[in-house]
Ligand binder design. Structure first.
Ligand code: GDP
Ligand code: MG
Length: 163
């Protein structure tokens, strides 16, 4: 069965890095797709024997302070509504910020399946930040390093039974 996975989280946690790792070179040209703006990038992803569509909530980078909450919320809600499963990413090196809490609130209200991912956890980095993430009430965080490809087996293991 095929499914759609949305990568959600505040700017700079590593969503696009994970997107690129899952998609490789199989990036869809979203400009050619009706109804999909450049704020949401879509790609054909592969993880082990799983094949799925992945959505990157890009465009959050340009959000200015005064419009931060509204625009982030709208973009995130659109991605969540398109998706069967959401990967909610936090930065394990930074720990939980108030903006992360905001995202968690959106997801708790909106998404059936949330996988909590603590990124930038290569080596022993980010153990403390990952522990903090338990407080979000979204289950056990999976420690990964999108940049170094660590934790992909663990991500597969939680996706596989849902998919
Ligand atoms: P996005 O804004 O959520 O899409 O985040 P990006 O994918 O653009 O990444 C933001 C920054 O974090 C970049 O400088 C990445 O190189 C860095 N980054 C992403 N993943 C990792 C990781 O696993 N470990 C470390 N140390 N840095 C990472
Ligand atoms: Mg990005």
């Amino acid at each position: 069965m095929s499914f759609t996975l949305a990568l959600v989280g505040r700017p700079n946690v590593g969503k696009s890095t994970l997107f690129n790792r899952l998609v490789g070179k199989r990036l869809a040209l979203v400009d050619d797709q009706p109804g999909v703006t450049r704020d949401l990038r879509e790609g054909a992803a592969r993880l082990g024997d799983l094949r799925f569509t992945v959505i990157d909530t890009a465009g959050l980078e340009e959000v200015t302070d005064d419009s931060l909450q509204g625009r982030m919320r709208r973009l995130t809600e659109r991605a969540v509504d398109m998706a069967d499963i959401c990967v909610f990413m936090i930065d394990a090196r930074v720990g939980i910020t108030p903006v992360d809490e905001l995202f968690a609130e959106i997801l708790r209200k909106r998404s059936a399946h949330v996988i909590l991912v603590a990124n930038k956890a290569e080596g022993r980095a980010g153990e403390e930040g990952a522990l903090e993430a338990y407080a979000l009430g979204l289950g056990d965080p999976i420690r990964v390093s999108a940049e170094h490809g660590e934790g992909m087996n663990e991500l597969y293991a939680v996706l596989q039974p849902i998919a």
